[in-house]
Design a protein around this ligand. Structure first.
Ligand code: GMT
Length: 375
């Protein structure tokens, strides 16, 4: 995992808030918090419930957020409940810094918490992750609040240049958005020994993932080469995906694995990873596959080209071009030397660019800079 901190001697009280579902922002927030705790920082997760990858570890505390219901608020109000909890934990634990992952509604809660804490408020870092800027964040119902929260953060970061530019431009931010990439634990996500051909996709099954394209690519590939499709994750598109798979008479060849806290063993059985999304700010699911030596076939959209190098670690094609994606997948299944070269290149890219250690160094560097500044 993450090696010793270059900032030895400095240890901070850090709050982290993220969504508690299976999304990539929660994954990265959790992996970052655990790595910081291993470096001796005192890390406090403040979340609706334990994020899926959170494990018990020294220096890590979970503060759950209760959202009381009332006849006028039958679902409670998470934004306000989180704001109060963030303020309470910031003060009780004397947090030095609060790191928010995903702007809606978490950055607004943090903004309110900061108002509640006044002069004793911790430094505030907001990391935008994707739809909080690209789609939801631009909705008139959210945009003014997202913008306000980002303007009042001490630093705003994004995992890719693509998303940093989009946030600055589309939310009219005055300061630059810093890029600190996502990362992968290359020890846990290590190559396995795949057997029969398996195409894999891992996501939260939302429309932005274009799940029907995943099935279309698989159907075209299977016409030429016997293989299976393994679907990891779950979400709103699942019934439509199951119906489409059944309509194409592919049900016996598709394994729906559901949500899992430990995806590495399944990626290690995979031959090709499919990510034909409409857009991705980064594509953490693809990075975890690459770290297991699995080449990626994806859309040439958003921040994906910052992660997957066309012709080297996978193939990128225009959104919706399932013919081209199927052809590239077939090449990977039929040309063993090509698959081997891309598998090695994918793993090597992770080892040189996306290891935990250097990226956690970058986070500590940012935190140190903010903590040195006068309020
Ligand atoms: O933005 C979202 O829709 C959800 C978010 C999440 O929590 O999974 O995903 C985004 O953040 C991930 C972690 O940084 C990125 O790997 C995903 O590409 C990104 N999703 C989109 O941009 C659609």
């Amino acid at each position: 995992m993450s090696g010793p901190s270059p900032l030895q001697g400095s240890s901070w009280r850090i709050g982290i808030t993220c969504h508690s579902n299976f999304g990539g922002s929660g994954v990265i927030a959790t992996e970052l918090g655990l790595a910081l705790a291993k470096r001796g920082h005192d890390v406090h997760f403040i979340c609706a419930s334990a994020p899926p990858r959170l494990i018990q570890q020294p220096n890590v505390t979970l503060h759950e957020v209760q959202s009381p219901t009332h006849p006028l608020l039958p679902h409670g109000d998470f934004t306000l409940a989180l704001a109060s909890r963030l303020a309470e934990v910031s003060q009780a634990q004397q947090l030095d810094l609060l790191h928010v992952h995903y702007a809606i509604p978490l950055a607004t809660s943090a903004f309110l918490a900061r108002e509640l804490c006044g002069a004793s408020a911790p430094r505030l870092v907001t990391t935008v992750h994707g739809t909080d800027v690209l789609t939801l964040g631009l909705e008139p119902a959210f945009k003014p609040l997202v913008r306000q929260a980002l303007l009042h953060s001490d630093a705003v970061t994004a995992p890719s240049r693509f998303l940093a530019n989009a946030a600055k431009r589309d939310l009219q931010l005055s300061a630059d958005v810093e890029v600190i990439s996502n990362f992968v634990d290359t020890a846990r996500f290590a190559p396995g020994k795949p057997g029969a051909p398996v195409l894999t996709h891992n996501s939260n099954f939302r429309s932005v993932k274009r799940m029907q394209d995943v099935v279309r690519i698989f159907a075209k590939v299977r016409e030429q080469v016997p293989c299976e499709l393994m679907l990891l994750g779950d979400g709103p598109e699942r019934p439509a995906v199951e119906a489409f798979v059944a309509q194409l008479e592919l049900t016996p060849f598709v394994r729906m694995k559901g949500e899992s806290k430990e995806v590495a063993p399944m990626l290690q059985q995979s031959t090709v990873f499919l990510l034909p999304s409409e857009v991705e700010s980064f594509g953490l699911a693809a990075l975890e596959a690459m770290s297991c030596g699995v080449p990626v076939v994806a859309s040439n959209a958003g921040g994906i080209p910052e992660v997957v190098e066309h012709g080297k670690t996978g193939f990128l094609h225009p959104v919706g071009d399932t013919d081209a994606m199927a052809r590239s997948t077939l090449r990977l299944l039929q040309e063993a030397p090509l698959h081997r070269a891309m598998s090695l290149a994918a793993r090597a890219a992770c080892l040189s660019r996306w290891q935990v250690g250097p990226i956690v160094d970058a986070w500590e560097g940012l935190y140190a800079r903010l903590l040195r500044k006068q309020k």
